[in-house]
Design a protein around this ligand. Structure first.
Ligand code: 3SL
Length: 237
């Protein structure tokens, strides 16, 4: 029998979903889960998601490197912003990195009831799909969105995962079915769709040039899994 797959299109909807016993895939294509994958693939020992800037600054005082943003802009005291391109091996290898972002780390925080929490983005999509295919637990795809609003890029990723799991998983509610049907009209139109995304417009205003990087498939083949409050690469455990 197929496993079930559900989609949370925005964090504000998350209280409506049961996560107990399920695998939750947190998705923030632009850019938190992409950055998380980049840091782990470039050798970081872990990425520690925290919800507040204040908590991140406390951890920085304890000697940890700290990265992230609010509204797309780096916090002045932080060691890194939220561009995956900043998390280079020479800066992150063998280090624990604290990350706090507007939406992505908040979604991780909200998924704590899940049995397993992993981070997904286009940069590790095959790792995510392979893991879900092998597992026998129900799946929740949790789109981080933008300040509780639905966004195109996370929805696009969720739609792609649903499509790739069509032999093993079945959408059990309307959001998943909606994305699945949307996806059938999308083939070959990813760039066109992303061009309309509100966060891509925001990037343009801020001069952020990470879009192409963040939608490149499988450039960071890691499987970030949350263990004791830290995201670690399952493949290295
Ligand atoms: O909201 C988030 O978590 C961030 O990924 C947003 S940004 O792309 O860094 O602006």
């Amino acid at each position: 029998m197929a496993n079930s797959i559900e989609v949370i299109l925005s964090p504000s909807l998350s209280p409506l979903y049961e996560m107990d016993g399920k695998i939750c895939v947190v998705i923030d294509v632009l850019r938190a889960t992409t950055t998380l994958c980049a840091a782990l693939d470039n050798g970081a020992s872990s990425v520690i998601p925290v919800r507040d800037v204040e908590r991140a600054l406390e951890l920085q005082k304890e000697g940890l490197l700290v990265g992230g943003e609010r509204n797309g802009i780096k916090i002045p005291e932080f060691d890194f912003g939220n561009s995956p391109k900043e998390y280079l091996p020479e800066r992150v290898a063998n280090k624990h990195i604290v990350l706090t972002t507007t939406n992505g780390t908040r979604a991780i925080d909200l998924s704590e009831q899940a049995q397993v929490v992993i981070a997904g983005s286009f940069v590790n999509i095959t790792q995510v799909v392979d893991y879900l295919e092998r597992s026998d637990r129900p799946v929740v795809l949790f789109c981080a969105g933008w300040k509780n609003k639905v966004n195109l890029e996370d929805s696009l990723f969720a739609a792609e995962v649903i499509s790739r799991l069509s032999n093993t998983h079945q959408e059990i509610e309307d959001a998943g079915i909606l994305l699945s049907q949307w996806r059938t009209n999308l083939v070959g139109k990813k760039a066109e769709i992303l061009d309309k995304a509100s966060h891509v417009q925001r990037f343009r205003k801020l001069g952020v040039t990470d879009l192409e990087y963040c939608v490149s498939e499988d450039i960071h083949p890691v499987l970030p899994v949350l263990i004791d409050g830290k995201m670690v690469d399952q493949n290295r455990r």
